[in-house]
Design a protein around this ligand. Sequence first.
Ligand code: NAD
Ligand code: ZN
Length: 261
Amino acid sequence: MSTTTETTLDQATRVAAAVIRQASHVVALVGAGLSAESGIPTYRGPDGLWTKFGEPTIDGWELFCEDPAGWWRLTIERRGDGGEFARAIDAAEPNAGHRAMADLEEMGHLAHIITQNIDNLHQRAGSRAVTEIHGNRTKARCMNCGWRGPLAAVPLIEPLPPLCHECGGVLKNDTVMFGEPIPPDALDECYRQAALADVFLVVGTSAVVYPAASFPVMAKRRGAALIEINPHETELSELADVIVRAPAGIALPAIVDTLRR
Ligand code: NAD
Ligand code: ZN
């Protein structure tokens, strides 16, 4: 298979569609770029929050481990003041790229999504087979038994921290913090999917956050084809068999259209 960096957008989407059509198990690794067209800023890349303002020093995980009740009190106090990023996520709607991924699943062309996004937009667009490797900001998670459920249903009143109704363990918001280990169930599912994939679709991720970036590399080593959808070059670009250098909201619907024809 040849790399198509030199070809036009139209040619690249047609090649991507042909590769997907022939595949038996397509897995997608998704990053913040997919939600950029929903108005949620990315961290990295030319318009990324960290590119503009520098990387934050965040010690949330340490704080939570030392004093979960204190962490919850601080979080409740700051609710409604999550800054530019939280406001953008609260206001976001799924975009054409999210909807195209749900269409691909519906059409039988996408087996599983591994997303690094925490914004819940895949589900709102209709995707079902989704592993959220960094959690979901609308959910809570039990640190003991792994139970996950809507954060809105957790009573955030004293005595804090809130406790799991299944096992009495301490609840945390589901978003995986810097330094926090990825929940083992999610990680196991990612490795399982990486072993099954014969095509890996890598969408809107700078592919520098591990272990997420290692799943397409693992699949590639086993012979899977890699399709990258990203307007900019990434760490994975040189491994990609097909590159669609365009925003996900344009490239993914174009691939769906080609597959429908
Ligand atoms: P990243 O910020 O490191 O990289 C974003 C990538 O998206 C860049 O490669 C950029 O070129 C690309 N991009 C920008 N616009 C695009 C578009 N329209 N279509 C396709 N690609 C586009 O993001 P990351 O790789 O996901 O890693 C950042 C971490 O931050 C993740 O682990 C995630 O948990 C978190 N995060 C989540 C959200 C969200 O939930 N929406 C947003 C920002 C960051
Ligand atoms: Zn529990």
